[in-house]
Design a protein around this ligand. Structure first.
Ligand code: AMP
Ligand code: ZN
Length: 141
């Protein structure tokens, strides 16, 4: 537990939450400032800041919960679809430094955008640059 982490305090029961699922490793609760009805956060109970910090087992537990809960959440609020995403690091908009996956239910005509709308200006990359980036990722994958 990280003493000044708001999500660790939720895990500890020191801050209330609308919990929708809990097991030994994972907690899921409604977002306090929802972007849509049913907006849910899925977190590992252990404090880790980003996906890169998360041990494999904890990552698997978080994904398993996202995978199972997403259709349950959609049904509960009669959504047509959902965005499932992580703000992974401060530059990407992560405000709470404890890994959390967002499940944001979506509705036909809700006026929202796709996940492509969140990044800045699109880069103009040459084939050589794309090849180089792919190679650098593949080397460590
Ligand atoms: P992020 O920008 O990805 O770090 O998102 C943090 C999310 O946590 C925001 O959507 C907040 O509305 C949500 N949040 C912050 N405090 C609480 C809380 N006490 N209970 C539930 N959700 C919270
Ligand atoms: Zn924490």
């Amino acid at each position: 537990m990280s003493e000044d982490c708001i999500f660790c305090q939720i895990v500890a029961g020191d801050i209330p939450s609308r919990t929708v699922y809990e097991d030994d490793d994972v907690l899921a609760f409604l977002d306090a400032n929802p972007l849509a009805p049913g907006h849910t956060l899925v977190i590992p109970k252990a404090h880790h800041e980003t996906l890169g910090d998360l041990p494999t087992d904890a990552g698997a537990s978080v994904f398993e919960t996202l995978h199972r809960l997403t259709p349950v959440i959609e049904t509960a609020v009669d959504a047509d679809a959902s965005n499932v995403a992580f703000n992974n690091g401060e530059a990407a908009g992560q405000e709470v430094p404890h890994v959390h996956g967002h499940v944001i239910p979506r509705f036909d005509g809700d006026g929202g955008g796709p996940i492509h709308a969140i990044a800045g200006a699109r880069p103009d990359l040459s084939d050589d640059e794309l090849d180089d980036i792919a190679a650098r990722i593949a080397d460590d994958a």
